[in-house]
Design a protein around this ligand. Structure first.
Ligand code: CA
Length: 219
């Protein structure tokens, strides 16, 4: 985990860096707004922490420019001054959280961790083969909802059309730790998927490769 902390009070910056280090969080420091902005734009961080009052560019300016450049890294704004106003400015400019100075490092660590636990914004993800479209988020094939295991199997097959996906691999990937003794069930799910392919009407078909596994091919 890597964070950027932009802070002109060097003593505070070093102390926070030291304490984050104990939590196994790598912390890059920048002591003025310009350097902070350059680092925020050029490097990849999990979280960026911005003091508001900084030489050259304010924390709010950095944040605005980051968001203008479509850098979506979570940002925590820190400020001692006229707290309510800074908080509002910070959140308006696209901050994810706000922490008033002085703060305890433990509180900052907790906020960083909370931000990292937030689910990433769901991006549309689809896997296509011939006329088949598998929607990863919805777990649906051409609009038909699948059970978790059907979804897992078709997803793996569609990732590598024409290539054998081994049974063991599927058991591991789809069944996880519960795979033991489930070997025969795969066939049940595959035959359900075959029926669905028929229903959809496609040239894609799931072939069994005896003793090995399955592959999806153009029939
Ligand atoms: Ca400052």
């Amino acid at each position: 985990m890597r964070v950027l902390y932009v802070e002109d009070e060097k003593f505070l910056a070093e102390a926070v860096k030291h304490n984050l280090g104990k939590e196994e969080i790598d912390c890059d420091l920048a002591f003025d707004g310009e350097d902070g902005l350059n680092k925020a734009v050029d490097e990849i961080y999990d979280v960026v922490i911005l003091d508001v009052m900084l030489p050259k560019l304010s924390g709010i300016d950095i944040l605005r420019r980051m968001r203008e450049k479509k850098i979506a890294t979570p940002v925590i704004v820190l400020s001692a001054l006229s707290e309510v106003e800074d908080k509002v400015n910070g959140l308006d400019a696209g901050a994810d959280d706000y922490l008033a100075k002085p703060f305890k490092t433990a509180e900052l660590v907790a906020r960083i961790k909370a931000l990292l636990r937030r689910p990433a914004k769901i991006k549309e993800e689809k896997v296509k083969y011939l006329n088949l479209v598998y929607d990863v988020n919805e777990k649906s094939l051409n609009g038909f909802s699948l059970t978790a295991k059907e979804a897992g199997i078709i997803h793996e097959l569609l990732k590598t059309p024409g290539k054998i996906v081994k049974k063991d691999f599927l058991l591991n990937k789809v069944w996880g730790g519960e795979a033991f003794g489930e070997d025969n069930y795969i066939e049940v799910y595959v035959s359900r998927l075959r029926k669905l392919l028929k229903k959809i009407g496609t040239r894609a078909s799931i072939n069994s490769v005896r003793g090995f596994g399955y592959k999806i091919v153009e029939a």
